[in-house]
Design a protein around this ligand. Structure first.
Ligand code: AMP
Length: 282
């Protein structure tokens, strides 16, 4: 039977019971409105640990003042049903007061320099500090052996890997592949905001990522590839924030390097902001 727990004390009690029984623990942090992408993380977590904890918390500190915190889809009942069906052992659904006992403005904030700075970090000031702060707290509450994050939010994954390594947090971070719709659109809770027509148009993001990879393999200059990608997205009705090729390990600009690269896109379709990426397997 899946348990639903809202308090830190409640989670700690169950974690120590499982530890006493010699059982390993995996954590999958989410903001809810679960889809097949999230469930693939739960499945991967089950391959790495006896017990799987999923947290559902729409974290206020990672949203900017003009972002969609209030309208972010909250579907707790449906999420819990799906998690029980996927064999989750415990779902942690804290309130903001439980996660931020000193309030969001006065609490400790964790900054992860360098990898937080380009791309999403430049466009969403404070976003990765909010992510690093809430993930630090979740890792301290659950103390899992492993925690699973999706490659969909690639820069977030790098931020978490750096956080865990630098803070000496004894949790192994596992990266899960991106789950996509049939036409290539990466699954996301924010896809809910799209009309049926926009949803099919949004396949252009993945098509553009693939074209960027092909152009790179064909030896086209990076700057020309990026310009072509921006133009293709604009022609398809998107307002792109970036379409770029970077070094996969730190998101630095590649210069002359042609191995270990990744293409990343962020673009708005109407009012919905979508992100996606494609690592170039060399
Ligand atoms: P979120 O609920 O959006 O914060 O996402 C929770 C976790 O699920 C993050 O580690 C995401 O990277 C991951 N995730 C979201 N969408 C996908 C997807 N389409 N494929 C794989 N992982 C995903």
């Amino acid at each position: 039977m899946m348990q639903t727990v809202a308090t830190v004390a409640g989670v700690r009690a169950q974690m120590s019971a499982w530890r006493t029984a010699g059982e390993s623990i995996a954590l999958v942090p989410t903001m809810g409105n679960l889809h097949a992408g999230h469930y693939s993380l739960v499945n991967l977590a089950q391959q790495h640990a006896r017990r799987v904890v999923v947290s559902i918390f729409v974290n206020p500190t990672q949203f900017g003042p003009r972002e969609d915190f209030n309208s972010y889809p909250r579907t707790l009942e449906q999420d819990c049903k799906g998690l029980a069906e996927h064999g989750c052992d415990l779902v942690f659904v804290p309130t903001a007061a439980e996660m931020y006992p000193f309030g969001t403005a006065s609490g400790v904030r964790i900054e992860v320099p360098v990898v937080s700075e380009p791309l999403e970090g430049a466009l969403r000031p404070g976003h990765f500090a909010g992510v690093a702060t809430v993930v630090s707290k979740l890792l301290q509450i659950v103390r899992p052996d492993v925690a699973v994050f999706g490659r969909k939010d690639y820069q977030q994954l790098l931020v978490i890997q750096r956080l865990v390594e630098d803070m000496r947090i004894p949790t192994e971070i596992i990266a899960a592949p991106i789950e996509r719709e049939a036409h290539g659109l990466a699954m996301s809770s924010r896809n809910q905001y799209l009309t049926a027509e926009q949803r099919s148009e949004a396949g252009l993001i993945y098509q553009t990522l693939r074209a960027m990879r092909e152009d790179c393999r064909a030896g086209k200059p990076i700057a020309a590839i990026e310009e072509g990608a921006l133009q293709a997205l604009r022609a398809g009705g998107f307002a792109p924030d970036y379409a770029t090729i970077r070094c996969a390990e730190d998101l630095a600009e590649p210069g002359e390097r042609r191995s270990g690269l990744i293409a990343l896109i962020a673009a708005r379709l109407g009012t919905t902001r979508l992100i996606d990426n494609l690592a170039f397997a060399d």
